[in-house]
Structures are given as C-alpha cells and as structure tokens.
Design a protein. Sequence first.
Length: 434
Amino acid sequence: KLRDPDQPEFHQAAEEVLASLWPFLQANPKYLNSGIIERLVEPERVIMFRVSWVDDQGQVHVNRGYRVQMNSAIGPYKGGLRFHPSVNLGVLKFLAFEQVFKNALTTLPMGGGKGGSDFDPKGKSDGEVMRFCQAFMTELSRHIGADLDVPAGDIGVGAREIGFMYGQYKRIRNEFTSVLTGKGISYGGSLIRPEATGYGTVYFAEEMLKERNDSFAGKRVTISGSGNVAQYAALKVMDLGGLVISFSDSGGTLYNPDGFSMEHWNQVMALKNERRGRLEEIAGELNLEFFAKQTPWHLPCDVALPCATQNELNESDAETLVNNGCICVAEGANMPSTLKAVDVFLAARILFAPGKAANAGGVAVSGLEMSQNAMRLAWTDGEVDEKLHAIMQSIHAACERYGKQDDGFINYVKGANIAGFVKVADAMLAQGIV
Ligand code: NDP
C-alpha cells in the first residue's frame, strides 16, 4: 500500500535513493534487518500550524506553516525554510529526506529537517514580509533551538527574512543563540554563507572536470535561476574562466552567447536582491535575448548548472543537453532533474552530480556558522572559503569511494547515496530501535 499518494515529490526522492542503494543493501543485510529503510522514510516529527498576518490594507491572511524534523541520528535537525506558493507537506518531506543524506556528506554533525510556508513573498512590501515572518516564528519558536533544530534560508527566504525571524525568536525567547543560520554578519552570521551553495556547486563540478583532466576555462555554462544559488555559482564560474551564458526566473531565460560580464552580474544582483524584479525587465536595457517562459536547456553548452527548483529539467531537456555536447551537469538546486532525466545523463556517461552532493556547501557553511557562534568568534572569509573548498573535495572523494565502477566511470548518484546512508544508518543502529 502506497502511503501518502498525494506526495509525488517525496516518492520521487525516496525512489531515487532506494533504487541506487538496493544492491548495497542486499550485500549488507544488517541494514535491511533492522527496519532502517522504513524508519528513514518516516519523519521523526511533523509540525503544521496556522500563520495569520495582516497586509498593508488591514486585510487578514492565513497561510500554513510547516517544520519536518526528519532524522536526528547524527545531530540536531538542520535544513532551510522555503516560502513559495508551491510549498506543501510532500515537497517539504522530499527536501527533508534529501537533507538527511546531504548533511551526513558534509562530515559535520547535523541531522536533517526542512520547513516553510505556502506564503508568496513576491510583490509584498517589507512591512508585510516582516509581519508574516514574525507570525511564522511566533509558532515555530516553540519547536526549534540551537541544540534541537536550526533552520536556515531556501527559496523565498534570504537575509531579509532570516533577520525578521531571528528578531522575533530573540524577542520571544529572550536569548541570543545560534537558532538560525544565514544571519547577517553584524549579528552572528558567517562570511561566505551567501556565496556557499553556489561556490560549493562549482567547486564540486571542478573536481568532476578534473576527473577528465579538464577545467572550467573557456567552458560555456548554462545556469538556471537567478536567486542566491545561481548568482554565486555564476560568479565562481566567471572567476574560474568559464562563460556564463544564461540566467533564468519563472518568467523565462536571459541569454548571452558571449558570456555575462561582471557589469551584467552586478545588474542581475541589483535587480533580484534590491529591486526584486523580473529578468525580462533588464533584457532590453542589456540588449540581450530573452526566451519568455523557457528554461535554458535548449542552449548549446559544455556544462549545465540547474540552480532554480525541483523538476525543472526533464527527459527531453536532458537529451537535448547531451545531443548538444554537454559534458557535465551539477545540481545547485534540490532535485532539479527528473528521474528520467538522470537516467539519460547516466546512460550517456556524462559527469552528473545530484544536488545532495553538489549543493551541500550551503549547509556545510551553515554548520560552520553554528561552530563559530558556539565558540563566540568569527573566521575570515578566506578561512571559511578554504574549509568549504576542502568539504566539497571530501564529498567528491566520498562519492568516488562508493560510486566508482570497475571501468573508472563515477556514478555520483550511487556514491552520494551510499556514503550519506552509511553514516546515518550506522548511527541509527548504534542508538537502537527508536
Ligand atoms: P532563491 O529564492 O534565491 O531563488 C530561486 C530562483 O529559482 C529564482 O530565480 C526563482 O525565480 C527560480 N524559481 C523558483 N521556483 C521556480 C519555478 N517553479 N519555476 C521557475 N523558476 C523558479 O532560492 P535559492 O537560490 O536559495 O534556491 C534555489 C534552489 O537551490 C532550491 O532548489 C533550493 O532548495 C536549493 N538550495 C539552496 C540552498 C541555499 O543555500 N540557498 C542550499 C542548497 C540547495 P522566480 O523569482 O521567478 O520564482
């Protein structure tokens, strides 16, 4: 009997992990005999709550808030909050499930969780966003804590929202603790946290390219999204000598076959982080082509970095990428490729890294933010960047250890899933049936 049939994203994430783990589980029956799989797919706890807030016109709105506390075998729950109209329990369970394996891969002691709301920050004033965040945190504050559950940002939750939520937590609990990460530098945030997921994805892809004695120099790179992850993935690609040829948002794709300049990048940053506008608005100003309502996957490229959202790259997109000569795909977003798209990449034997390995840099630096807060000190940007780089290299090595085939091909899906699973499963075995 299929439990929760209305949660397709969660089933998709579980299927991807379990299918690639299966031969390993058969060879290691201790994991099969102890109900580990049954326990891994059931959240330890799910909290759902009402969030009521008042808009600028005095109108009352009601949204739904969630926190999925998925697995705490190796540390306190850790994972972002997403504010987007598409948020529902199934989406958050898929994200929390992925987070468990991802956090294990970082080498840091963090369990997995995820939360958020179906609230849409787009088009809302700062005052409305603040009132929503305060209402959301008023309830969430009962369920989180620096040694219990430490949320962070995700889609729709950036520095502004984290600041509003942190202020409300502090007001309610009367304590200054590391209960959220992604905080501003002036109140306990870590340098390099905004950059971490994007930089980490590119560091990981760089390790993959090295496997084929290759590098980013001169590579045409398509990037989807234009939010936090996409912005800093683009910056690092440019830094390594690659040509970033696209950004996108839900309105379409901005294309520059010659590669975006730093000036273009600054304009995208200002548009998305300050004016909170749409890419379409600047296409004319920059004299660049804009493909309305289209993703970037039809554009010929060498490397593709999907950095927007789940299931944004399907089987036919994957075929187009492979046919156009793309040699490397690293997921900055969570589960951007459908199961069939992943099959296409693996069958074509191109370099393919799943999000749980390639985008783990964000949560890794969140873990470093918690360490700095606990020690009451702050590392320099160089120190944090160095640790991030080393963590991404160690995740690559773990994928290689468990995913390298006899013919030398690295199946990063298999490698990441087994490496993450073994750490969590061993901790669960040691702690008994709980
Ligand atoms: P942001 O909110 O900063 O940006 C999201 C981007 O994706 C925007 O450009 C947005 O466009 C686009 N997007 C979102 N939903 C859709 C959709 N349904 N269709 C088309 N485009 C869409 O989020 P982040 O950059 O933080 O997150 C992006 C991805 O990376 C997510 O999958 C997230 O889970 C993952 N991730 C993020 C981490 C982080 O540290 N931030 C860590 C690890 C993973 P628009 O504005 O038009 O909606």
